[in-house]
Design a binder for this molecule. Structure first.
Ligand code: GDP
Ligand code: GDP
Length: 437
């Protein structure tokens, strides 16, 4: 199972988003070296004791109009039960057990998955006493904590990562068949794309249901190459009941991203890039996945000489800071460039596996460093002596220097650009570290 996912459910104002930020905090400081990557309050990646998992704040999907929220929250609890690996059910000690809490508890008791009852706002000893009331809800895992101060969140994280078994880590597919996830908003053309690929080529090798049955894996052979397409489109149709729920399609998309090497993100040419598209793009980036953007329904756009060029320029501005991403203008209905898109995705897959010889890397980059030095810090010049590509699954580079802490984002970006200019890492997020020599 790829991508362990924890969903936080509960009433508004119990502190879900505060906890969500706490859980993601650790990682923000240590791992996310990509500068300026946007984060949103709906989902993110947590890191604890070397284990990573997805966290989803269902509160990020609830609209604020009072008349819908109770129904929404019940629905979200149900979807969380189906889709997540662990459910964090959050309550607020200051209000005690409300009717809606009792309601949600009833729903959650039906699942065999672990439910962690988190009683929040337990900021002091007095509230510790009051919180004992929540034992009556009858959950096995109970945590009293304060998301605001962070007290108790370490124990919660310990308990959460204990649920992750080794086979749940992210798919490590090196040497395996390239896996391409087809992601995009409803109606962007995902099913049509899959159908077009089936209809024309008839070269599907096999249909393999995803290990979790949440995604469909289809094995293809085209251009003498084997690859797997991962999609959630068909499943979404079967589960009509949830179709209106954004949370549902997002959690499925996250799974498909986790299971893939390369994400093929479809946009609607007329609508342009949406906030949700950018969130998925940013998530895929943080997870080190290769990315190709398809601007689909290109047939509907009225074109002049520079339309594609201008469109691409604007789109890349929105995708910044990671904009070394291939963009393919497709029309699935007119069958324009759909094979091109697959080809490009396979190129990105190769780029992601690229390993640059240390001697070559130093040749090029030490020259670039010579041409443009890092700034002097407190009177001491930063000297970068040596660079090497790390033996990691996704491309990462370590620069060895005297003052690793003092290399700032602009210079880091300069080095990344130099790597990209000299070697082909198009479509691939790069990690860059500075280490003490
Ligand atoms: P959500 O609607 O469930 O996402 O709740 P929020 O995270 O937005 O929190 C609602 C309010 O509760 C905010 O004013 C928070 O500052 C406050 N809050 C969150 N966690 C704690 C806590 O541990 N203790 C106290 N006293 N307040 C908290
Ligand atoms: P999905 O929800 O992402 O799977 O989207 P569908 O594949 O069901 O497509 C939604 C609608 O968009 C259908 O009516 C398709 O015929 C239409 N569509 C898909 N691709 C294109 C395209 O390239 N051009 C045009 N004009 N329509 C398209």
């Amino acid at each position: 199972m790829a991508g362990f996912t924890v969903a936080i459910v509960g009433r508004p104002n119990v502190g879900k988003s505060t906890l969500f930020n706490r859980l993601l905090e650790q990682r923000k400081a240590i791992v996310d070296d990509q500068s300026g990557v946007t984060r949103d309050r709906q989902y993110g990646i947590a890191d604890w004791n070397g284990k990573t998992f997805n966290v989803i704040d269902t509160g990020g999907f609830v609209s604020n109009s009072d008349d819908v929220f109770e129904r929404e929250i019940r629905k979200q609890a149900k979807v969380a039960m189906e889709e997540a690996n662990v459910i964090v059910f959050m309550c607020d000690v200051t209000t005690g057990i409300t009717d809606l809490d009792a309601d949600v508890a009833n729903i959650l008791r039906r699942t065999s998955k672990p439910v962690f009852l988190v009683v929040n706002k337990v900021d002091n000893a007095q509230r510790q006493l009051e919180a004992t009331e929540f034992y009556s809800l009858g959950f096995e895992h109970v945590h009293f904590l304060s998301s605001m101060t962070g007290s108790g969140t370490g124990e919660l994280l310990d308990d959460l990562v204990n649920q992750i078994t080794d086979d749940m880590g992210e798919a490590t597919t090196q040497g395996d068949v390239p896996k391409i996830a087809i992601i995009g908003q409803p109606n962007v053309g995902k099913s049509s794309l899959l159908n077009a690929l089936v209809g024309v080529e008839r070269n599907i090798v096999s249909d393999i249901a995803g290990t979790t049955r949440d995604t469909i894996h289809t094995h293809y052979n085209m251009f003498q190459k084997d690859f797997m397409l991962i999609d959630t489109a068909g499943i979404r149709r079967k589960a009509k009941v949830h179709e209106d729920l954004e949370f549902y399609s997002v959690i499925r998309a996250i799974k498909a991203v986790d299971e893939s090497d390369v994400v093929m993100l479809l946009l609607d040419a007329e609508k342009g890039v949406t906030a949700q598209d950018l969130s998925i793009f940013s998530l895929a980036t943080r997870k080190g996945k290769g990315i190709v953007v398809l601007v689909n329904k290109w047939d509907l756009v009225e074109k002049a000489t520079n339309t594609a060029r201008d469109y691409e320029k604007e789109l890349k501005k929105r995708l910044a800071p990671f904009s070394d991403v291939p963009i393919v203008f497709t029309s699935v209905t007119e069958k324009q460039r759909i094979f091109k898109a697959i080809e490009v995705a396979l190129e990105v897959y190769d780029n992601r596996n690229r390993k640059i010889q240390t001697s070559k890397l130093n040749d090029v980059l030490l020259k670039a460093i010579e041409a443009f030095h890092p700034p002097v810090v407190r009177g001491t010049p930063i000297r970068i002596k040596y660079v090497t590509q790390l033996p990691t699954f996704t491309p990462a580079f370590a620069f060895f220097c005297n003052l690793p802490e003092d290399v700032k984002t602009p210079y880091r970006n300069y080095l990344e650009n130099q790597i990209r200019t000299n070697f082909n890492f198009t479509g691939v997020p790069l990690k860059i570290f500075f280490r003490k020599k």
